[in-house]
Every structure is written in structure tokens, then in C-alpha cells.
Design a protein around this ligand. Sequence first.
Ligand code: ATP
Length: 320
Amino acid sequence: MKKIAVLTSGGDAPGMNAAIRGVVRSALKSGLEVFGIYEGYYGLYHDKIKPLDRYSVSDIINRGGTILGSARFPEFKNPEIRAKCADILRSHNIDALVVIGGDGSYMGAKLLTEEHGIQCIGIPGTIDNDVAGTDYTIGYQTALETAVEAVDRLRDTSSSHQRISILEIMGRHCSDLTIAAGIAGGAEYIVPSEMEFNREELIRKIERCIAKGKRHAIICITEMICDVNQLAREIESRVHKETRATVLGHVQRGGSPCAFDRILGSRMGAYAVDLLLAGKGGYCVGIQNEHLVHHDIIDAINNMQREFKKGLLELAERLE
Ligand code: ATP
């Protein structure tokens, strides 16, 4: 193996640049040539491939987003499209690929390895912390800081106006961000996507808060559970207190990565290169109990279900 490539795919996350830098610099040190593929699998299909040197990744460790760009390219699920992508890699004599992204990106990487012998390694890059086989994904800690800062700001203004605030936090089917932000921000109520949402229980809780004389109530809720503006109107009409919803949205994706994500990205990038140097493909990198690990991608996705942080949720209830 002499030439490897790296791409970022799916939703961007702070710390992806540190991972790209980790891949590029460690590979160059080992005597490999490195190529950057721009805009994920879409860019691969359109041959958006350029050589990267040491200086191509200068001044990026502190930058959010991804210098390689990212894209959704559902066409990559089509075997013929993947075959063309493999041909493009071979035309550059690239025989290994590091894919930084989530579960979907992992599946594409696994198929490239199995069908075409391109050794691929997946690195978990997403703010959602929803990737199997790792305790943390790159970008999660930075997004958590952003969400906690939002809770803190809402608390200031909610207390001043004796208002109820609902904060919608990203994560889709994984509520790690919501639960952790709720605990760190001292939210009065947390609504995770992993459990059925009980509106009546929420209303009763808010009524208890009001009866206790609390000046505010902050509710952290994971995205895609309900229309939070409609929920705000419902709460306001039931408890007769001004209620506002805030959707954090893509603000959570941006910003300079925190030290944890920079270090995690750097470590995982270098580890992915080590795996490729050892001739391994079809694996994903993870961090478990502080140690870097790798798992077969299919095994990770099918058998390593992520743990729902129920204990943290119970802690929030204890601390109310
Ligand atoms: P995140 O969900 O955090 O944004 P992700 O990698 O899971 O990250 P997806 O949109 O699911 O995001 O996948 C990214 C890309 O990976 C897709 O646009 C597609 O090109 C490719 N991909 C996804 N699923 C598959 C699959 N089953 N087979 C082949 N390629 C896939």
C-alpha cells in the first residue's frame, strides 16, 4: 500500500479537521502518499480528488466544519455507482480509504472493502454520539458545550421574565446530547427520544415547579419528537405562563472544536492509518474506556447497540 485517501461524509462535526490532519500527517510520516476527496462519496464519484501534503492541513486543527466538505449522496447505495467509484480510486492507484462520518458512511466504506478490495477504515464523526462501537464520536463534546451554553443563556432570560423555555437539541434517535445538556444546565425536564413522551407528566412537573415558586422552567427535548412551538402553546394555555421554544439547529454543528474533540480526532486519524498499514480494511475506529479500539463495521452496527443513558436521566430527577 502506497497511496491512501481520506473523505468526510454525512453531517459535518467539529473535530473532523483534526481527524483529517491526523490521517494526513501520520500517513506522510509513514511514507504514504495521501489524497483528499472533496464532498464525500459524491466527490469520489465525480473524481474530486487532490493530493494533500503536510501544509494542506496546516492551520485547521482549531477550525470547525471540514476542509474537505461533506455531502449526502444516496446514489452510493447503488452497486454500479460504487463500482465506478472503485474504478476512480484505482485510476489514481489509491488502494485504501479513510471515511470520517456516521453509520451511513460506514456502510458505504464496508461495501467498498467487500466488493472491490479497497481497504476502508471508518472514523466516527458526528455531533449526535450515535455511532456504534465507540463511547464518543468526534464533535459530540463540542456540540455539548454549545448546547449547555444555550441552556445557561435561556436560564438568565427565563428567570428574569418568569418564563418557561423549551430547547430543542439535535441527536435524532440518540438523546446523549439532550440528556447531558439537561444535566449540565440544570434543566427542569428532559425529553429523550428513546422513551415515550408523556405530555401530562411534563405539565404536572411544570405545575410543581410553579407551586414551588421557581422563576423559570427549562425543558430540554431531542429533535423530531414533536413540534416544539406547538408544545409551547399547549403548555402556555395549560399553566398560564409565557412559554417559548428555541430550536438550536445547525448552531450546534459549528464552532471551534473543544480540546477533547481535537485530541480524539488526532488520535483516531493516526490509529486509522496504523490499521491500514497493518493491512486491515472494513473496520471502524472507536474509543472505549479511554482506549482506541477497532471493530468490524457490520458487527459494530448490528451487535453493538448504544447504551441509553437512563442513569443520567434518573440523576436529573433526583436533583430536581
Ligand atoms: P450522520 O447521520 O451523522 O449525518 P451518516 O454517515 O450516518 O452521518 P448518512 O447520510 O446516513 O450520514 O450517510 C452518508 C452517506 O453515506 C450517504 O449520503 C451515502 O453516500 C452513504 N451511505 C449511507 N448509507 C449507505 C448504505 N447503506 N450503503 C452505501 N452507502 C451508504
